[in-house]
Design a protein around this ligand. Structure first.
Ligand code: AMP
Ligand code: FES
Ligand code: ZN
Length: 309
């Protein structure tokens, strides 16, 4: 097969785009897809200070590479969750990447704040992924706001977005369907959150890392019993194989027609939030979820009990 652009021997087939590329033209295509996403969703400009959440996996490292290549002012953020074996490996990968490419990096450790994942797991004794997600989002946002960053990027790709949209659609979750998307604007207490990889698939980010020789963590987190949405991703892989282009058509169609329709059903959507009494993070109750969790892990009574004394 020949590369669509330069007619040299193709190395990567992309059935969903009815095309194949050689190494250089694939790289160019990959970067173009990300630029298109940033432009279409008005994610940020070269005036912004961008914080890029780096897990050590292929998606976020590929994203950081592309953003710095495109000349954006980008700083990496790694949240070290204190998991024996896996966290040092992830952190090491991120630190080495940033050092090799001369990129700025901020590391936040959760264990000294009483929120190491093993301790949280011992205290809660239930599936930890949603709680871990909450802790990570809290520190992503806090670091972005305190550091004066104007956009927070994560490495969520098209497969992640389609699987999440599909799950929300199966439940007809009106609230999520009215504002799910690759760009959430900043609002009181929250930094703008954007996902510049929403137009590229997991396969494409893996191919990019392979071609650019970007080492990354491959092992799943020891606490996750299979990644989230695994069965939905498998369904979509079958659908995409039978009908190439389904994923991007489903997602783009949602952004253009689905989301506005759901948003119209939810005027003034959203719960009223006020600052957490301990840390100032926006919350719908008096103390935010992370402050309540910290006390629970430390074996202390809830804040409310103490405030009443
Ligand atoms: P996941 O939910 O693990 O698929 O991760 C989705 C995105 O969240 C990644 O692409 C990263 O941008 C970000 N992320 C996940 N874990 C971490 C972490 N420990 N530190 C910084 N960013 C992370
Ligand atoms: Fe959060 Fe595994 S990455 S529990
Ligand atoms: Zn709080």
């Amino acid at each position: 097969m020949k590369c669509r652009r330069c007619k040299e021997l193709a190395q990567i087939a992309l059935p969903s785009h009815h095309t194949a590329f050689c190494r250089d033209c694939f790289e160019r295509y990959f970067i173009r897809q990300i630029e298109t996403g940033i432009r279409r969703q008005k994610m940020f400009t070269h005036e912004d200070r961008i914080l890029c959440a780096l897990s050590g996996g292929k998606d976020s490292l590929a994203l950081m590479w592309v953003l710095s290549h495109l000349g954006y002012d980008v700083t990496g953020l790694h949240v070290d969750l204190g998991i024996e074996g896996s966290s040092p490996m992830a952190r090491g990968q991120v630190e080495a990447f940033c050092q090799d490419h001369d990129l700025k990096l901020v590391v936040v450790e959760t264990a000294p704040k009483g929120l190491g994942i093993p301790e949280v797991y011992k205290a809660l004794k239930r599936p930890i992924c949603p709680v871990c997600g909450k802790i990570k989002r809290y520190y992503f946002n806090k670091t972005a706001l305190e550091g004066g960053y104007t956009a927070l990027t994560t490495g969520h790709n098209l497969d992640d977005e389609v699987a999440r949209l599909f799950a929300n659609t199966l439940r007809w979750d009106q609230s999520y369907l009215s504002d799910q998307g690759p760009a959430l604007p900043a609002e009181a207490g929250f930094a703008a959150k954007v996902k510049p990889l929403y137009r590229v698939t997991e396969f494409e980010t893996a191919a990019f890392c392979f071609l650019k020789k970007i080492p990354h963590v491959k092992a799943p987190c020891p606490y996750s019993k299979g990644a989230s949405f695994t069965s939905h991703k498998a369904l979509w892989a079958t659908l995409e194989e039978k009908s190439p282009g389904s994923k991007i058509a489903f997602y783009d169609g949602f952004l253009e027609r689905g989301r506005p329709a759901f948003a119209a059903l939810e005027p003034g959507h959203g719960t009223k939030l006020s600052p957490c009494r301990t840390c100032g993070y926006p919350t719908s109750v008096e103390w935010c979820g992370v402050c309540r969790l910290k006390r629970q892990v430390a074996g202390l009574p809830p804040e409310a009990a103490e405030a009443e004394e």
